[in-house]
Design a protein around this ligand. Sequence first.
Ligand SMILES: *Cc1c(COP(=O)(O)O)cnc(C)c1O
Length: 452
Amino acid sequence: MPQTKFVLEERDLPKAWYNILPDLPLPLPPVIHPATKQPIGPDDLAPLFPLEIIKQEVSTEREIEIPEPVRDVYRLWRPTPLHRAHRLERALGTPAHIYYKYEGTSPAGSHKPNTALAQAFYNKQAGARRLTTETGAGQWGSALAMACQFFGLECTVYMVRVSYEQKPYRRVMMETWGAEVLPSPSERTNAGRGIRAKDPQSPGSLGIAISEAVEDAVTHDDTKYSIGSVANHVLLHQTVIGLEAKKQMELAGEYPDVVIGCVGGGSNYSGLAYPFLADKFKGQKTRFVAVEPEACPSLTRGAYLYDFGDTAATTPLFKMYTLGHTFVPPGIHAGGLRYHGDAPSLCLLYDAGYVEAAAYGQRAVFEAALQFARNEGIIPAPESAHAVRRAIDEALEARERGERRVILFNLSGHGHFDLKAYEEYLSGRLEDFAYPAEAVEAASRELALLQP
Ligand SMILES: *Cc1c(COP(=O)(O)O)cnc(C)c1O
C-alpha cells in the first residue's frame, strides 16, 4: 500500500534549529543605520528585542538549541505531518511525486506560532511583561496572542483598521487568547494620533501599524516588540519545518528534486528550504523555487538594494530585493504576501543563483487552490496556494517530459478565514492585477538616496 502521511513521533521533534548564517556561501551584507550608513550594533536593537534574540540575529553557531519550554508547546501539534498528494498526482496524470508539509495543523492555522512561541519565551525569560506587534489580516497577531498566553505575557496588537473592521474573526481569536487588539491608526501612540488628526477615516496600513507597535515598545520599559517574518531569528525558528521534513522524506525513501514555497517576508519558505539548502551547499542538485504574487513581485521585479523595512522609514536599512518601502501593493487576497521586500538571507541566495523565483496572478493561484482542495481536501490559505500553483506546474512539466520528479512544497496554512476570497473566485469576481510598473518605479526612485 502506498503511504499517504509520513508522521514523526513526538520524540523526533528537533532539539535544535538550523542556523544558515555560518553556511552562507557569500557574506550577508550588514544591516546599516540610515543616518550613519554604518552597520548597526546590539545597542541599536536593545530597546526592541531581548538579548538572546539579538544574539541569534548574528549567531555563527550552526545549531541553536530549542528551549525545552518551547518544545513543550510545540508538542501540542508538532511534528506536523508530511503528505504525499497521491490523489492530486492521479488527477494530474503525472509521474511526479508530490509531497507537502502541512503547517495548518497549528492552533492558529499557520506556521507562524513556530517563531511566536520562541519570541515569547525569550522575552519572558528576559523579564518583559508585555509584547507589542502589528498585524494585517491577523495571522501573525493571532500566533503571537496564543504564544503570549502560554508564556504569561500581555500582548498588544495593532491591527490595520480596514481589516479590524472587515475581518472580525481573527480579532476574536486574538481576544480569545487574551490579547488586546487596537485598530490602527489608534489614539494610543503619537504615530497613530498624528495620522488620525490628518485623516480621521484612515484605513491604516501595515507600515503605520509597525510604527505604532514599535513606538509603544520603546516608550515602555517593560515592553518589547515582536516581528513575524523577515528577520534572521524568525527564519531560524521556522527551520523546525524543514528539519522535520528531511526526516519525513527519509521515511518516504526519497529526496526532493525541487523545494517550493510562497514568499511574503520569506519565513515559511526559508523554514522548509534552509535545511535542504545545507545539502545543496555540499553539492546536492535540488532546485529551490520561491513563489510570489504578480501584484507584489519583489524577487522577480524588484531591485537588490538597501531599503527600510517599514513604510514609515523608522527601521534600519536592509539589503534586499525590494519594490521600495513606499510601494503599496494592490489589495490581493494573499494579504501575507504583500510585503515590499524579503528576508536578506533569502535575497542573497536568490541573487547568487541558489534559489529561483516565480510570480503568479491570483486567478491562476485560486484555480490551483480549488484543484488541490477537490483532490486533497484541505482548503489552502491564499498565500500557500501560490506554492500549490507552482507544485502543480512542476508536476505538469514532469508529465510533458515523461520525467519522474520529486516535488516538495510547504502548505503554510489553511484558508478557513479566507473564504471570502474563495467566494469571489467561485462567483467569477476575482481579478488579476497587472505588474504595477509605474508604482514600483515611483517608489524606487527614492531608493538611490538611501544607498551607502
Ligand atoms: C504570513 C503567512 C505567509 C507569508 O509569510 P512568510 O514570512 O513569507 O512565510 C505565508 N503563508 C501563510 C499561511 C501566512 O499566514
